[in-house]
Every structure is written in structure tokens, then in C-alpha cells.
Design a protein around this ligand. Structure first.
Ligand SMILES: Nc1ncnc2c1ncn2[C@@H]1O[C@H](COP(=O)(O)OP(=O)(O)OP(=O)(O)O)[C@@H](O)[C@H]1O
Ligand SMILES: [Mg+2]
Length: 381
């Protein structure tokens, strides 16, 4: 149920009132009443105040002191000022007099949602970094770099907060490379953009064993609205609130949406290989996005993939061809990349000690800063 975001514990003994609350709450599609047996922590507690209101309010105060996130709403047949004042004093957020009015319940739930979202915003900030990966040609290793960069960041963090977004419509390979079968893709977001918030997002992404949260592309066109620049902007703004690092496989697309992503990126990694036509493509690509003001040149990183010492083009000729220093040189390693693809595992899980994995780890160390690296023990092999 991707729409449900808040769980409500309804502690209202009066059957009539209980049913009225339940109906109004469940109709929102966002809040859901949970039973006492459900293990789910409630986000909101709705209580009916009985005769012994002083003692009950004291107990609620003790409860609120311990629970730092749960809010309490009260319903009572009595609404004398002294009850209201005491309720307010202990931090009760809403008070419903009887008879109940469904629209007042909905308004109160809406206010709860707004308070929650504001809190999320202020506590998380909007500090996530967007690292896009752009191919200068098909087949140069864009997806390999995107997937393994995301994994490398995740495994080099104690509490990884990494998302991987695949923008290759129909041809997105990310789930294959990670051997996952995500239930959702960003087509679900373009279809439900008005519902998009952090909770919806959390239900849409699929977590891989490395801690990377994956948002794949649609496998079929399926009539979902295409990801417009505005939709992507909304999505990425939200992802920046939720994740520390967002890695995007842009494939080779240079449409309006991809350009908006480039514009929003902290760094764009352009993937090239050791071939003159590819290096000259890279040069034109970098100049285009820089000259049109989508990104500053210093934030474009050139990645030379599949590097062979004995290759036809030397590193200095490659830099000359691109017109920019190489930021990262990834060795050619056919057997590790092939066995990674064939087993649906990231390179890190296939050959932790290989040169190619070391290359990813070294780059991540450079990218994040040594002080931010905490290699965690990998338990998922
Ligand atoms: N460093 C490397 N060494 C050897 N092989 C590599 C390396 N990087 C990628 N490859 C191989 O190159 C092939 C293409 O890789 P990948 O799918 O990542 O490229 P792509 O640019 O995303 O392709 P597409 O344009 O189809 O999306 C794969 O078989 C992959 O294993
Ligand atoms: Mg690809």
C-alpha cells in the first residue's frame, strides 16, 4: 500500500465514535487505523477521555514524555475549559468535541501531516549530493560505473544513504546488474506525481543488500506520463532530502529532462573509452553542456573506462582529445565485469581485491574525503 504513510492507534471505546473516526481516517488513503495486535508503531494516538480525566491526562503526559514522535488527539463528551487547558498544557495537539464532525477530523489529520513534513524538512535538510553518470557513446560502461559507484559509496559508509536512479527507458539494466526485481519504477512516480512525498518515495525504491536504494526505469512504455524536467526536479529535490548520495545513470540521453538533471547535479561524470572518436565525442559533449551553462566545467569529471596500458591512446593523448584532465581512470577488467554481470552482483561482491574494485574505492575516497570513509564489514556474501 504505497499510499499509506501514517498509522493511527484508535483508543476510543465508544463504538459509535470509534466507527466515525475509523471511516474518516481510512477515507484519507494516507492514514490507516491499526489494531492493538499489529506490531506497527503508531504515528498518532487518538484517545477518548473518560470520567477520570485528571488521571487519564497525567498518564497521557507520561506517555508523551517517553514517545518523542507520537502525537495525541483527544475526543471527549466534556469540553469544559479546565480540561481543554490541561490538555493543551501537556501537549495534546487536537481536541474533538462530541458530536464529531468528519471534516474536522480530516482537517486535523491534514495539519498533522503538514507538521510532520515540516519536521522532516528541517531535520534532514536538503543536502544530498547528485552524481550523474553520462555516456559519451553507447556501451562505454555508463551503467557499470553508475551501479558500482553507488555500491562503492554504500559499502564505504557505516550507515549508507545512497540511491541509484536509472534513466534509461526500457533499456535500463540496473536491476539485472544487481539481480533485483523491483516492484516499482519511476513510471509509478510520473503517474502519481501529486502523491509524491518522502513516504511514497520510500515505498517505491528497492533496497539492495549493499544498502543502495534503487529506482529503476520502466521496462515498458505502459502509457505512463514521461518524466518532464519539472517532475524530475520535484523527484530529485525530494531525494536530496532523503538520501546523502544520489547516483543517476543518464545513459546517453541529452533531452530536456536529462539536461535538467545535469543542471541539478553536483558532479557529472562523463564516461569515455580509449578511442579517438569517443574522446572527440566526449570533448563536444562536455563543451556543449558547459557552454550552454548547464554545469560549470570544474564539476564535469572525465572518466576513462576500460583503460589498457598498451591501448592505442595514451593518457596524455586522451586528455588532449577531451580538452580536460582525466579525473578517474578505470582499468579494463573483462573477466571481473563479465562475472559480475553473469552473477547479478556488483564488482565488489565478485572480486573485492581486484584492481577495478580498488579503483572504485580509491575514487570514492577522493570524492567523499578520507574522513568520511568507514569501510563496514560486508556480511551479505
Ligand atoms: N572496466 C571495464 N572493463 C571491462 N569491461 C567493462 C568495463 N566496464 C564495462 N565493461 C563491459 O562493457 C559492457 C558495456 O557496459 P555497460 O552496460 O555498463 O555500458 P553502457 O555504456 O551502460 O551501455 P548501454 O549504452 O548499452 O547502456 C559490459 O559488457 C561491461 O561488462
Ligand atoms: Mg547502460
Amino acid at each position: 500500500m504505497p499510499g499509506i504513510k501514517f498509522f493511527v492507534n484508535l483508543s476510543v471505546k465508544n463504538q459509535e465514535l470509534n466507527t466515525e473516526f475509523k471511516t474518516a481516517i481510512n477515507e484519507t488513503g494516507v492514514f490507516k487505523v491499526i489494531s492493538q495486535e499489529e506490531k506497527q508503531e503508531p504515528d498518532l494516538l487518538i484517545c477518548e477521555l473518560g470520567e477520570n480525566y485528571e488521571e487519564e491526562l497525567n498518564n497521557l503526559q507520561l506517555f508523551l514524555d517517553k514517545a518523542d514522535t507520537t502525537e495525541i488527539f483527544l475526543v471527549s463528551k466534556r469540553s469544559d475549559p479546565e480540561i481543554l487547558i490541561q490538555a493543551l498544557r501537556i501537549g495534546i495537539k487536537e481536541f474533538f468535541p462530541v458530536p464529531l464532525k468528519p471534516e474536522l477530523i480530516k482537517d486535523a489529520l491534514n495539519r498533522f501531516k503538514k507538521r510532520y513534513e515540516k519536521l522532516q524538512h528541517t531535520t534532514s535538510g536538503s543536502s544530498g549530493k547528485i552524481y550523474s553518470i553520462l555516456g559519451s557513446k553507447g556501451g562505454v560502461g555508463t551503467t557499470t560505473v553508475a551501479v558500482n559507484l553507488a555500491v562503492s559509496i554504500a559499502v564505504n559508509q557505516e550507515n549508507p544513504s545512497v540511491a541509484l536512479l536509472d534513466m534509461n527507458i526500457i533499456f535500463g539494466d540496473v536491476p539485472i546488474l544487481l539481480d533485483i526485481s523491483p516492484k516499482h519504477n519511476w513510471g509509478d512516480i510520473t503517474q502519481n506525481i501529486e502523491r509524491l512525498d518522502e513516504f511514497f518515495l520510500a515505498n517505491i525504491l528497492t533496497e539492495h543488500a549493499t544498502g543502495v536504494h534503487v529506482l529503476p526505469s520502466p521496462r515498458y512504455l505502459n502509457n505512463h506520463p514521461s518524466p518532464t524536467p519539472t517532475i524530475m526536479e520535484t523527484l530529485l529535490d525530494l531525494m536530496k532530502n532523503k538520501y546523502d548520495y544520489i547516483i543517476i545513470d543518464l545513459g546517453q540521453s541529452m533531452n530536456e529532462t536529462a539536461l535538467r538533471i545535469v543542471q541539478m547535479s553536483d558532479l557529472v561524470h562523463v564516461i569515455a573509452i580509449q578511442s579517438l572518436p569517443c574522446l572527440s565525442n566526449t570533448n563536444r559533449l562536455v563543451n556543449s553542456i558547459v557552454e550552454y551553462g548547464y554545469i560549470d566545467k570544474e564539476n564535469v569529471k572525465i572518466v576513462l573506462n576500460r583503460y589498457l596500458k598498451k591501448g592505442m591512446v595514451s593518457l596524455s593523448s586522451a586528455e588532449e582529445g577531451v580538452g580536460k584532465k582525466l579525473s578517474w581512470v578505470i582499468p579494463n577488467d573483462y573477466s571481473t565485469t563479465m562475472s559480475a554481470i553473469n552473477s547479478g552482483k556488483p564488482l565488489y561482491q565478485v572480486a573485492q581485491k581486484s584492481r577495478i574494485v580498488k579503483s572504485f574505492n580509491d575514487y570514492v575516497e577522493k570524492l567523499l574525503g578520507v574522513e568520511n570513509i568507514k569501510r563496514k564489514k560486508m556480511w551479505f556474501f
